[in-house]
Design a protein around this ligand. Structure first.
Ligand code: ADP
Length: 637
């Protein structure tokens, strides 16, 4: 039973409105989750459990001695007659300001982006659970089942207490109250069933509560208690089995239990893609339970987001969330728990940084994740492709930064290539290389379509060499560090001289180039503002011309990226390569040799440059003028 008017010593009651965004989220949560009403209980128990973690940690930090575990409890109370339901915890509680910051607003950095994502997706709120799931519904899920919610709380170590009340319709009140002990009580005034609602779940019924706790919160460390039975047989029962999931034998854990634990950690609506659970024994003892999500969390590129989602426990006691020493930053999308048997309980972030064991754990976890992903890549390519689409850009950070594991991480990458529609890995590419091919050929391009049509590919195609397409903006950075694979140089085909001439061909091409030297020089003069030199090309078989960069120049894509980022770069001068076998070259030579045709020659040079730029996905220097020249050409002027 729930006693009446427990904390009725009120002072001034203040009314306040929710932040506009909070109101919007609230409506969404209620409307999109009303088909999963039991979620609210998972969220409230999860919050209570977090509050107990915090109290335990704070007590240890302050006093140096662990808190008595008997003081850490979660209690459910139900009053069917008055349709009241309560979750009471003896956790850290909140100060008045914390209530305002945490409950009256949604302070999480993801909120704004969550709403934007929702608006952009153009989804009706009813289709929003996926997005809400990624964002986490938290406390607000109470309004799925309740038309009035009261939260009473007292922060540990502070004398006063606070009551927050709202009907979830846009306003809340906040007032000072008295409360005997620190902790939090959330009281829900449950809605009554609509007539004819067959699926109505009554959260004042013991059987319903037992079932929901078992399903969603069984692994919660603290006892979730409730009074059960009738009359003299009334007693306190613990509804959860309380065994932290990671301490149980691997093969005894059901997939559904992993799913629930994963949700508890992440608020993600989906099931995890991978579960990695292992125990390290020997000099260094710990248990790790990590998950790989199916979808990229919204905030994975948020610079304010912690660079880790792994929690550190010491002998089953929660010590730290977001422990950045346990995984490298590129694995920040991997949530999980590491429970160490060797670290001191009161270890701080600062001491962790210099702890040698942490380095070893980090290495091992990184290897495990790489191995797990590699296994999926080999066994379930379709699934893996989805993973790569979501997480590729994050994993590529690992290729860039991780000197030790670079090759193994690079092997996780999937690339489009000239070999066909299917994507390929570096290892598969190398496996297909003809014996005479010495290097790995790649082409950076702003988009796949542009890459597939690039004139740079012609000679490689003609010789049966495959070229990998790199179209992600971060790829250029990646290539700065990933310069070879399996002992073979990775070569960008639009940089430097192409080394493709067959025997005898080179001499022929050189002779022709000498013959054409005066033409090359005239073209260079015409295009002096844009090109550094003109030479004959070993890469072209069909197109008349292409532009290449010097061996160490930035690519046009990188230049664009940097100048969009506000960097003022001098215009690059590139090398114009001509296909000396192309009939156009003969025509240019004829024009060049006749002084009367000089104006026409100049226009042709400009067109040649413009089309070479367009072919690689770059704009011509003066697009309007380029368009005019093309029209003039078409008109036969
Ligand atoms: P989330 O738990 O995802 O952060 P919530 O909306 O559930 O979002 O809660 C917001 C914040 O309110 C929590 O992060 C926590 O700081 C605080 N809070 C909620 N419930 C409790 C509680 N029972 N005890 C102490 N603090 C709480």
């Amino acid at each position: 039973m729930i006693p009446e008017g427990e904390h009725d010593v009120t002072s001034t009651v203040e009314k306040a409105a929710f932040q506009a965004e909070t109101k919007e989220i609230l409506d969404l949560v209620i409307h999109s989750l009303y088909t999963h009403p039991a979620i609210f209980l998972r969220e409230l128990i999860s919050n209570a459990s977090d509050a107990l973690d915090k109290l335990r940690l704070e007590t240890l930090r302050r006093t140096g001695t662990p808190i008595d575990d008997g003081l850490l409890r979660i209690r459910l109370e139900a009053d069917p007659a008055r349709r009241l339901f309560r979750v009471v915890d003896t956790g850290i509680g909140m100060s008045r300001q914390e209530v305002i910051d945490n409950i009256g607003t949604i302070a999480r950095s993801g909120t704004r982006r969550f709403l934007e994502a929702l608006r952009e997706s153009g989804e009706a709120p009813a289709a929003a659970p996926e997005l809400i799931g990624q964002f986490g519904v938290g406390f607000y899920s109470s309004f799925i089942v309740a038309d009035l919610v009261t939260l009473e709380t007292r922060r540990a170590g502070e004398p006063g207490a606070t009551r927050w009340t709202s009907d979830g319709k846009g306003e809340y009140t906040i007032e000072e109250i008295e409360r005997a002990a620190p902790g939090t009580t959330v009281t829900l005034h449950l809605r009554s069933p609509e007539p004819g609602d067959e699926d109505f779940q009554d959260f004042t019924q013991e059987a319903v509560l037992r079932d929901v706790v078992k399903r969603y919160s069984d692994f919660i460390e603290y006892p979730v208690e409730m009074e059960v039975g009738e009359g003299d047989g009334r007693r306190l029962a613990v509804l959860n089995s309380r065994k932290p999931l990671w301490t149980r034998p691997k093969d005894e854990i059901a997939e559904s239990e992993h799913s629930e634990f994963y949700r508890h950690l992440t608020h993600d609506w989906h099931d995890p893609l991978e579960t990695i659970h292992f125990r390290a024994e020997g000099a260094l003892e710990y248990t790790a339970l990590l998950y790989v999500p199916k979808e990229r969390p919204l905030d994975v590129f948020d610079p304010h987001r912690a660079a880790s989602r792994v929690q550190l426990y010491v002998k089953r006691v929660f010590v730290m969330a977001n422990c950045e020493d346990l995984v490298p930053p590129w694995l920040r999308f991997v949530p999980g728990v590491v429970d160490s048997a060797d670290l001191p309980l009161n270890i701080s972030r600062e001491t962790l940084q210099h702890n040698r064991q942490m380095g070893q754990i980090r290495k091992r976890l990184t290897t495990k994740v790489i191995e797990t992903l590699a296994a999926r890549r080999d066994a379930k390519r379709a699934d893996y492709r989805e993973f790569w689409r979501s997480f590729g850009p994050v994993v590529k950070e690992g290729i860039y930064y991780d000197d030790e594991k670079r090759t193994a991480i690079a092997e996780l990458a999937l690339f489009a290539s000239t070999a066909g529609e299917a994507d390929t890995t570096l290892a598969e590419y190398v496996g297909r290389m003809p014996v005479k091919q010495k290097e790995i050929y790649v082409l950076l391009a702003p988009a796949l379509e542009t890459a597939r049509r690039s004139p740079h590919l012609e000679a490689y195609r003609a010789r049966g060499y495959e070229v990998l397409f790199l179209t992600d903006p971060v790829d250029e950075f990646v290539l700065q560090r990933l310069t070879e694979y399996g002992g073979r140089r990775i070569r960008q085909i639009d940089k430097g001289e192409a080394d493709l001439d067959a025997e005898g061909e080179e001499a022929k091409r050189a002779a022709r180039a000498t013959e054409l030297a005066p033409l090359f020089e005239s073209i260079r003069k015409e295009l002096a503002d844009h090109v550094e030199s003109v030479r004959s090309s070993a890469r072209l078989t069909e197109s008349p011309a292409c532009l290449v960069s010097g061996e160490h120049d930035l690519s046009p894509q990188m230049r664009r990226l940097l100048s969009e980022g506000g960097r003022d770069l001098p215009a690059p001068k590139r090398i114009l390569e001509l296909n000396v076998a192309h009939p156009l070259v003969e025509r240019l030579r004829a024009l060049n040799e006749n002084d009367a045709d000089h104006a026409r020659f100049a226009d042709c040079c400009e067109l040649l440059l413009g089309q070479a730029l367009v072919a690689e996905g770059s704009p011509p220097p003066n697009p309007a003028r380029f368009a005019r020249l093309v029209v003039a050409l078409l008109a036969g002027e």
